[in-house]
Design a protein around this ligand. Sequence first.
Ligand SMILES: Cc1ncc(C[n+]2csc(CCOP(=O)(O)OP(=O)(O)O)c2C)c(N)n1
Ligand SMILES: [Mg+2]
Length: 287
Amino acid sequence: MPEPSNLIARQPAFLYRKTSKTLQLHCEQAPLAKVAARFGTPAYVYSAQTVRVRFAAMDQAFKGAPHTICYSVKANSNLSLLRLLYKMGSGFDVVSGGELERVLRPDDLLVCDASLASGWAGAYFEQRTPGRRVLFPRGQAGLGYALPAAVGAATARPGGRTVVLAGDGALGYAVGELATIVEHKLPITIVVLNNRSLGWIRWYRRIVFGRGWEDEDFGDVAFADVARAFGLRGQRVTEPGQLAAALRSAAEDAGPALVDVVTEVWQTPIGAHREAVEDGTAAGYGG
Ligand SMILES: Cc1ncc(C[n+]2csc(CCOP(=O)(O)OP(=O)(O)O)c2C)c(N)n1
Ligand SMILES: [Mg+2]
């Protein structure tokens, strides 16, 4: 393989090439006008060649020392990009999972709702102190579990803080409990993973039936406004860079608070989902 730094210098990812009489912007060999015509806009285009070369350059810089290069998923969580890096042997740093961990105190309780929320915490939340700190609705995995469970836990542990991690669909199942939480002034922080859909169902259908149905997607519910209407403090996070501050200020709040985190619809912590994309089983997958 040529010296990676030479490749970086010689092959810019985006460049104008002459096609017929005009100069057209290309990404590698692909004319961007064609990409836009085929996929519509906005279309996000990344150069696989550049990623490969830069990864190889970094890998080479550490040769001789045992190492793992971990990509910061927060920088760009596009699944094709993650797949490409994974194939090259990259590890992954999921900063957002770490951010939740950073704001949790050792005696805080984390209550997860069913579906991907449980998967995210199961895969990325690292419990560093002994004791029962996390509750999951295993067994029947009933959606809407987390809010009433948190009400119970917070009532049973006066003074302790409870953090809820729930999908937007799950929150809809039990949203009335926000009134209970406010009425009893329970110190509960709710984090909504708002992918505007029944994410698990979207995956299941594409893997099992090769298509989706219209009922799996919702309109964009402004959960921070909903929370405020119930009397909780509500914040909405639309950019990864806003997450840490929002979680911290919600967690430091003595009263109940909700953070509505807008997420990408195809993000999943479930290995089987990613594998189905890998082997082409997930027909109709649009990530
Ligand atoms: C009471 C109940 N109804 C339906 C289901 C089936 N179900 C499992 S996951 C899921 C989608 C959950 O959507 P959401 O809470 O938004 O989480 P996401 O998968 O999008 O992260 C559904 C409907 C269930 N587990 N429990
Ligand atoms: Mg959802």
